[in-house]
Design a protein around this ligand. Sequence first.
Ligand SMILES: [Mg+2]
Length: 244
Amino acid sequence: MNPPALPDQAQCALFLDFDGVLVEIAPRPQAVQVAPALPGLLRLLATRLGGRLAVVSGRPVAEIDDFLARAAPHAVGLHGAESRGPEGKVSRLRPPPGIAAARAVLATAANTHPALYLEDKGLALALHWRGAPELEDTARQAAEQALAAAGGSLQLQPGKMVAELKPEGVSKGAALAALMRAPPFAGARPLMLGDDLTDESAFEAARDLGGQGVLVGPPRKTAATAHLPDVGAVHRWLAALAEG
Ligand SMILES: [Mg+2]
């Protein structure tokens, strides 16, 4: 796959994953480093694109906005369970009824194996084994048990060294399609940049709406139709797009 051609600013809508795309993945979610020039670059791009720029992440919107100094006019968090527009108000789904039961199962696993890290996002729960690859099977089993305990109100979202439980029916693809139905996105050609399995639904949604997905990182089976090798290449591509 090739790098994506630089799109026409007047017709492009940009959807950007955060971890592994705008920033390098860190051992723990709070440890990521944001390049000092990145918020300014995103602000410039958002202006050039008429506000058609959204960060679409598995993190809470508040974290994305903290890391990026609220540079993105639109932010989608928790895989689509939260969203914020330019007016600043964050809308979010109600907590799934089974999330307390799932949280208890995952907390037990994380207490039993301190090298596992439970990231409690309120509406979603992520069990990370990045610090202990040998605990992958243990973490996956705990996630399956937590899923069963939630009684169908949550679904499993596999990721890079993480198993995540998110509200049933929520996906980055659904979130992208929802944004594309309203101004300023409606009628534009969506480009989605992502690195992880959770981005595949958004690659498909972008393709179905006449745009394309861009896989960041090592090649793999994907719905994306273009490729950038790493975070540095993403930054250079974004800067070239901003220059027009
Ligand atoms: Mg990512």
